[in-house]
Design a binder for this molecule. Sequence first.
Ligand code: GCU
Length: 674
Amino acid sequence: DGYDLWLRYKPVAESARVAYAARAAAIAPVAETPTLTVARAELERGLTGLVGQPASAAAGARDGVILLASGATPAITGLGLPLKTLGEEGYLIRTVTVGGKATTVIAANRDIGVLYGVFRYLSLIQTGQSVDKLDIVSVPKVKLRMLNHWDNLDRHVERGYSGQSIFDWWRLPGHVDPRMVDYARANASLGINGTVLNNVNAKADSLTAPFIAKAAALADTFRPYGIKVYLTARFSSPMEIGGLKTADPLDPAVRAFWKAKADEIYKTIPDFGGFLVKANSEGQPGPQDYGRTHVDGANMLADAVGPHGGVVFWRAFVYSHEQPEDRAKQGYNEFKPFDGQFRDNVVIQVKNGAIDFQPREPFHPLFGAMPKTNLGMEFQITKEYLGFSTHLVYLGPMFEETLASDTMAKGKGSTVAKVIDGSLDGRKLTAMAGVANIGSDRNWSGSQFDQANWYVFGRLAWDPEAGTQAIAQDWTRMTFGADPRLVTPVVSMMMGSREAAVDYMTPLGLHHQMGEGHHYGPGPWVSGGPRADWTSVYYAKASETGIGFDRTATGSNATAQYAPAVGACYADLKCVDEKDLLWFHHLPWDYRLKSGDTLWDGMVKRYGRGVSYVDGMNRTWAGLAPYVDARRHREVSDYLKIQRAEAQWWRDASIAWFQTFAKRPLPAGEPAPN
Ligand code: GCU
């Protein structure tokens, strides 16, 4: 039913079993630290499921022993292992000879690296790779690999499509659901090492003593798995729970409140990660309410948690409708001038694009623009704008597209990935966060395929330059089995699925065309209401003469926020990629696309192409029934039918609406909207 995620550990094919079992016949005893204990237990559990129960034996006692080594223990001296290169969380897996016996060493400088190595070792068997001659070294490129849960204390999840909050706030701390251990295992298997437990639209209650105790119970459960807990901090907390009249970050009483609050938290959660803050955005309180700046606010909190080793994530997702400025420009305008002024333990957390997790956005102009600041990536794993949990959309290619984008900040090759992993600007405190899609549903993510989005996020947080097709292959093998008759078509389905969603929702750089408030389904007609920048018509700017948002010098000039070479290309019709066309340009309906089609005809065809792709996924999946258990097969089939109907809905509604402006017939062969 999907509960086991990618950690299913089902028996490998009999033909492969013997060879694996010989290499993984026994596990050497480990020191009984919390993390090594769970690492050994995971290895035993995995091997038992995959190839048969391992024995217990010391390295060198027989062939096929797996040795888990944390630090330069006597067991591995003389093996010449390059532990120095592994840092705090990296690991190596190597086939060696100990006392003349074939042995596999999984070694790291710290226990947590060993656990990561165990998961990697098991994944080799799960994905059908040989474990005979291993020489693997893996070190995470990003320091803080984070989930952000937008979970409220009443268990409602903002933009969550998989049931209630996975965190059972009512029963905590008295009862910790054993599922929390599986949550930690799944995250540790990806190397995720931090989780923000509650919503960015924060309530001050989450920082009161009862909730700190609840968070502490979770922290205790997650600790062996290397996962730290973080909380969001509502900026006005000093007034709401501290009895103060102000939350002004320069007020001594306010600063004292936050210091005392941090001290209180660290008393019960000694390795508390820190705070995530949404300030002066979408009506949330913040330092600007007192005429202060983001720097004043972030640094005050940084000073409170800093002595304890804590970090402040301060979000750059800020915009206000009271500003006449293009919403896409506001984050850059507000943050860029402060480059170099934030404390070393502050991370400015930037969404991948400048609007809001749309099916496609050009990379955020802040990437590359703040070399003296720790900039972290914020991706959205939950599919707020991509069909919630029913549409099959593998987000890997979308994440990869952003990470591979070249900011040109220091010449060619200055990719977003290199900003995020710190290598471009020599930053040490690096971070990638994903807004979680996890909930209380039995299958965790609301759909089988949305598990892949959690998975690919974790893998990219470890290595932002990893290829997402290979990750899709791993996930498919681990989740559904290694039979190539299943793996090849499933991966191909996944790889095209995001482009299909772009096609049937917002082709050619259109954005923010969804239904109002809930963000589900089409709503290109949305206008009026409290603020223009929440309407679709503001973004499409469709009229009888054309469509698209002019962000060149004749329009909002957002292109000037990018490095000159990048901005010039976006602004130039001869250079800009058509996938971003209407993000940057307002064009007449008869504008000629590269295909020779007019803009109108090309748009209509793309909507249809998206629908056809979903047809294709339905056909492919129907043929895969022999390779997938009935229950999961049925769930995916049902969802694909929903997606098919809704892709059509998106196409028809969008075409019907835009046709009222374009006043042109549909190209030959394109059915009239229903
Ligand atoms: C989007 C989303 C909100 C969320 C906000 C944020 O606007 O719709 O639910 O609170 O992003 O990232 O803060």
